[in-house]
Design a protein around this ligand. Structure first.
Ligand code: HEM
Length: 417
């Protein structure tokens, strides 16, 4: 296979494309042609840094499901903060997170949060999510022209995560805004590049987060109240979880939930605005909403890549990956693998095919996938039900990040009907 030969020899072009796409940490308007160009060099390839890129659907899924690829906390954190990364509060937090944990710690910790995200518990939130969506769309309808990010896609996921976690308020007060701000600063750690300024901002953010979550824990009553905060505090008081793990799990869930869901809503709406025929299909057939949300996830995923380290020598698609090598699974490219998604660059709401890899795969498969999908289904169904006109009202602005791909601003014009 030419792909195998390609895998053996680093290509300067792959390096250039990777640097431009991801290592720069600057989001492109349309990175997909460059992902396609990268994929044309082969499904598995190695950069000069030694890092491997995996671009095909099956290969990405198999890396994420294969226990021979692990989260090597030491390497990830050293990469971001140097050998004394332990001096950085943000990297210490990252190193403890569920997302970075390996078995058996991962399984043990995930159990404490899994019940909150069970299918029936999520489905029970549909009515409340519908009420929040309607309230936000009332405001948008009155205004006629709006910034969809500021008025909707940033607000809904935060209100929902406050509800699910049991964080007081709706996220619109000062404490809520600080929490959100700190989380965005921390999320810079998920880019494939790190500057000292970003690291310092992430450190400051973690100190603020720890203090705030500590106060929440202290103020939580002994009786579990159905939300995640009270169930974790109950587990702590029963001696099952130490307080650092309670802080970490709350932060992990809050952190993983809102920027991603915000991006699904924004990236999805952007795709609809630029494919009015597909918006029309959705308007005519509301039963198409779930498939349409899957297509939004596939077409422009909020998390473009994730990664693991090989904990032993592995052969993948004919390429020899050595123990300790970093493997970046490019989910955004896997979602456009033509073997599974014919005509992959077209946005087609009626597409069938396997689920996109936007929520990952394997033991770290997104815990909040059901919750994020539900929010998007309720939101897109309500948008087409309420508004006869949904049109761009100016130039959108992407967030200045590449791996966490979303909009900072998305001007929208609506008219009811
Ligand atoms: C569209 C929205 C979302 C996207 C695209 C997304 C994406 C992902 C991805 C790709 C992973 C796996 C990362 C890896 O394997 O390295 C993940 C894990 C995770 N997600 Fe999501 N996520 C979304 C929404 C949410 C929400 C709403 C929550 C919680 C309320 C959440 C909580 C988590 C948690 C806790 C993990 C770590 C699971 C583990 O390590 O076992 N996510 N997410």
């Amino acid at each position: 296979l030419p792909a195998v030969e390609q895998a053996a020899s680093p290509t300067p072009t792959s390096d250039l494309l990777f640097d431009r796409l991801l290592a720069s940490g600057v989001g492109e308007d349309d990175p997909y042609p460059a992902y396609r160009a990268l994929a044309d060099f082969g499904p598995v390839q190695q950069l000069r840094s030694g890092t491997w890129l995996v671009l095909g659907y099956d290969d990405c899924a198999s890396v994420l499901r294969d226990p021979r690829y692990v989260n090597d906390v030491e390497r990830v954190c050293t990469d971001k903060g140097g050998p004394s990364w332990g001096d950085h509060p943000s990297l210490r937090m990252l190193s403890e997170m569920l997302l970075m944990a390996n078995p058996p710690r991962h399984r043990r910790l995930r159990r404490f949060v899994a019940a909150t995200f069970a299918r029936a518990r999520i489905e029970a939130l549909r009515g409340e999510i519908g009420r929040i969506v309607d309230e936000l769309l009332d405001r948008i309808e009155d205004a006629g022209t709006t910034d969809f990010v500021a008025e909707f896609s940033d607000v809904l996921p935060i209100r929902v995560v406050h509800l699910v976690l049991g964080i007081p308020g709706t996220g619109e007060d000062e404490a809520g805004r600080d929490l959100r701000h700190h989380t965005l600063a921390f999320n810079a750690l998920f880019e494939r590049s790190m500057s000292p300024e970003r690291l310092e901002a992430a450190d400051r953010a973690v100190l603020g987060l720890r203090a705030y979550i500590g106060e929440l824990i202290d103020g939580t009553s002994r009786e579990p109240a159905g939300d995640l905060l009270s169930s974790l505090v109950a587990a702590h008081r029963a001696g099952l979880l130490d307080v650092d793990d309670v802080v970490m799990l709350l932060f992990q869930v809050y952190n993983a939930s809102f920027q991603t869901t915000t991006s699904l809503l924004g990236n999805g709406l952007h795709a609809f605005l630029h494919h009015p025929d597909q918006l029309e299909l959705l308007r005519r057939d509301r039963a198409a909403v779930p498939a349409a949300v899957q297509e939004c996830l596939r077409f422009d995923p909020p998390v473009q890549t994730t990664g693991r380290h090989a904990d032993r020598d592995v052969v993948l698609h004919g390429a020899g990956i050595a123990q300790g090598d970093m493997v970046v699974t490019i989910l955004a490219a896997a979602n456009r693998d033509p073997r599974w998604f014919p005509d992959p660059d077209r946005f087609l709401v009626a597409r069938s095919g396997p689920p996109p890899l936007s929520y990952g795969a394997g033991p770290h498969y997104c815990l909040g996938a059901g919750l994020a999908t539900l929010q998007a289904e309720v939101a897109f169904a309500a948008l087409v039900r309420r508004f006869r006109v949904l049109e761009p009202a100016g130039a959108p602005r992407r967030r200045p990040t590449a791996n966490m791909r979303g909009f900072a601003s998305l001007p929208l014009s609506v008219a009811a009907g």
